[in-house]
Design a protein around this ligand. Structure first.
Ligand code: SF4
Length: 91
């Protein structure tokens, strides 16, 4: 998992591709498609658009998420704020 700010990914499993850097467009699209004061709708959209194309299992679980080893999931509230401030969301 990344350590902020901007440090090298610690690769929780060998060959793990960073879900932030490999899904920037989908993350921006997911954030900008939601307008809510609550974080849950953003998380739901993230799971739909990004996790569904990543390592999420058919029952909705992700081992890396459950172990707090997904940088995208762990830092998602911060990422939502950055996208909305820098790219113009409506939250
Ligand atoms: S929580 Fe799991 S499925 Fe979702 S982006 Fe992270 S590693 Fe991928």
């Amino acid at each position: 998992m990344h350590r902020l700010p901007g440090d090298k990914c610690q690769e929780p499993i060998p060959g793990f591709v960073c879900p932030i850097s490999s899904n920037v467009d989908l993350i921006i699209e997911a954030v900008n498609s939601v307008s809510s004061d609550l974080m849950e709708p953003y998380v739901e959209k993230l799971r739909l658009k990004v996790c569904g194309e990543c390592r999420m299992e058919t029952d909705g679980h992700c081992r890396l998420r459950d172990e707090a080893n997904c940088c995208l999931y762990s830092f998602f509230p911060l990422i939502v704020d950055i996208v909305e401030q820098e790219i113009g969301g409506s939250r």
